[in-house]
Design a protein around this ligand. Sequence first.
Ligand SMILES: [Mg+2]
Length: 121
Amino acid sequence: MRVLIVDDSKAIFMMVSQMLEEKGHVGIWAEDGVKAVEYLQENSDVDVILLDWNMPNMNGPEFLEKNLTDSFTKTPIIMMTTENKPDYIKKALSLGAVEYIMKPFTNDILFNKFELVDEIA
Ligand SMILES: [Mg+2]
């Protein structure tokens, strides 16, 4: 599985990609929404997208809004954030994210989400 990790924190990318590698998967890094859009316009090799909420240039909700109008990807998107307020979750889901994950998370939580997404998709 190839996972696009969209997060301005390199530490988060390193942590998540290590979790993926332990199970034989691959993490690809995009440091903001703009980089993620560029990547997805040129590559269709991603199975799931992990999307941070707060990022410079283009944040998570802006990325989702842009995808609603431009449809640059149909890959399932899991929103990652430190906020667990119902309003945040509702907003992410209404903009097209299929799941929501609280940072920091464990390997088990991450792979449980992947299984859920697999069932939805
Ligand atoms: Mg961030």
